[in-house]
Write a protein that binds this ligand. Structure first.
Ligand SMILES: [Zn+2]
Length: 216
């Protein structure tokens, strides 16, 4: 499958070049209206996944992230940090919420292992990014702040998010491996704060050092 992986890497480079990542920022009074309104069906999906991953009950809303993003960059989610105590909220771009819902409707459609062409890899990359964003923000909710650590932990839980949304474990592992080989592989160059050489099998950020299956 080396050829397929190379093809995927080339296709996804266009997405990863946009430096897709997820941030954290202080919660502001202006966030109150968004956080208080009733959750949409897509937001309920995201909240359910985050709850399963964190064993907490974060509120998730889909909408503008309220941060300045430099041209050419794509930030897909943001965790809202209170002055004290744990984060209880995160925001996702509407596109991420849509992909979560679409993924849940038909997980097999986003399996990179079944891809034969660019369009399929693009779709798989967008879905993988949405899964990774929920996972990443969930680790912020768990209290982690160091982005390179959060991103690495999040990547290792992509499979969990995927299976929470109905994918098989095998597909979840394929999606995580796809993310690692394509989107994560670009981070050293595009978003070095979100990359670490310790994010590898047996590295400091390996959540399952006893297992040599990576990243899930
Ligand atoms: Zn982050």
């Amino acid at each position: 499958m080396r050829l397929a992986i190379l093809l995927a890497a080339a296709v996804v480079a266009s997405i990863a070049a946009a430096s897709a990542h997820a941030q954290a920022r202080p919660i502001r009074p202006g966030d109150a209206a968004l956080l208080k309104r009733a959750a949409s069906p897509e937001e309920l999906v995201a909240e359910a996944v985050a709850k399963r991953l964190t064993h907490l009950s974060p509120t998730v809303r889909c909408g503008p992230l309220g941060i300045d993003v430099p041209p050419g960059m794509l930030v897909t989610g943001v965790t809202l940090l209170p002055p004290h105590g744990p984060a209880q909220y995160f925001l996702l771009l509407p596109e991420e919420c849509n992909y979560l819902s679409w993924f849940r409707q038909s997980p097999q459609r986003y399996d990179p292992g079944a891809c034969m062409d660019d369009a399929c890899f693009q779709l798989a990359a967008k879905a993988a990014l949405a899964l990774a964003t929920v996972s990443h923000e969930s680790y912020h909710v768990l209290g982690y702040r160091l982005e390179k650590r959060v991103e690495c932990y999040g990547m290792q839980s992509i499979w969990f998010v995927a299976t929470s949304l109905g994918a098989s474990v095998a597909e979840g592992q394929r999606i995580a491996a796809f993310y690692w080989k394509t989107i994560y592989a670009q981070r050293e160059q595009t978003t070095p704060l979100y990359w670490s050489a310790e994010c590898r099998d047996g590295g400091k950020y390996d959540l399952r050092p006893a297992s040599h299956s990576w990243p899930s």
